[in-house]
Write a protein that binds this ligand. Structure first.
Ligand code: KFV
Length: 176
């Protein structure tokens, strides 16, 4: 194979050069070469704001053949929610129906109607992730993580600091 190894070597050298220059101009304590990279495992879930939880569960079952595998009420977050398994991929759809109009999902629905409300990354260490983001000046919504689905710990990056996307960080609890 003629050119392919050469292209790969060039790409690797370019990436290494970028990292070397970042190391030379930043201090690891405040600005590591990648803020969260090693801590991010996968998309844990995509959160969808829905008006009627049972109707939404029925829709994803009948259209996509995807089943709800967990349901709960989170009073603090003001939601009734269902986790829909995306064909065993390890990622889920999180269907979120508001308990109150003045909750985050209630306000989202009033402003936008039904649709994607959040993107959640599973991380291995949510406290370390929070420290790194704060050190870089990224706004987190909570000083300490709150209780999320099935005993997980969650925090959110403000959408204004994340390209207009409400990004949740989630570290699974023992119930997962
Ligand atoms: N995505 C993108 N932009 C959003 C947004 C969203 N979901 N929600 C609000 N915004 C934008 C909105 O368009 C507006 O922009 C600004 O943020 C303020 O909107 O350019 P604009 O027009 O100024 P408000 O005033 O409608 O909302 P606000 O009261 O500021 O609250 C926004 C926010 C992100 C602080 C609030 O939604 C929040 O605290 N979210 C985190 C908690 C949450 O979403 N809980 C529900 C899911 S519970 C869950 O996920 C669980 C339990 N779990 O384990 O996974």
């Amino acid at each position: 194979m003629g050119a392919a190894p050469c292209v790969r070597a060039w790409e690797h050298e370019g990436m290494a050069r970028t990292l070397r220059s970042m190391d030379a101009t930043t201090t690891p304590a405040t600005a590591p070469a990648t803020l969260l990279g090693p801590l991010v495992e996968r998309i844990d879930h995509v959160g969808l704001a829905v008006a009627d939880l049972d109707a939404a569960i029925d829709f994803y079952q009948r259209v996509f053949g995807l089943a709800s595998v967990h349901e709960e009420v989170n009073e603090e977050q003001g939601v009734r929610e269902a986790m829909v398994d995306i064909a065993g991929s390890g990622s889920f759809l999180q269907l979120l129906a508001p308990l109150r109009e003045d909750s985050p999902v209630g306000k989202f629905l009033a402003r936008n109607g039904e649709g994607m409300q959040q993107l959640a990354f599973r991380v291995t260490d949510i406290d370390a992730a929070g420290e790194r983001l704060r050190a870089a000046g990224v706004r987190l919504l909570y000083d300490v993580p709150k209780r999320g689905t099935a005993g997980s710990r969650v925090n959110f990056i403000h959408p204004k600091d994340c390209g207009g996307v409400l990004v949740e960080l989630v570290q699974p609890g023992a119930e997962h």
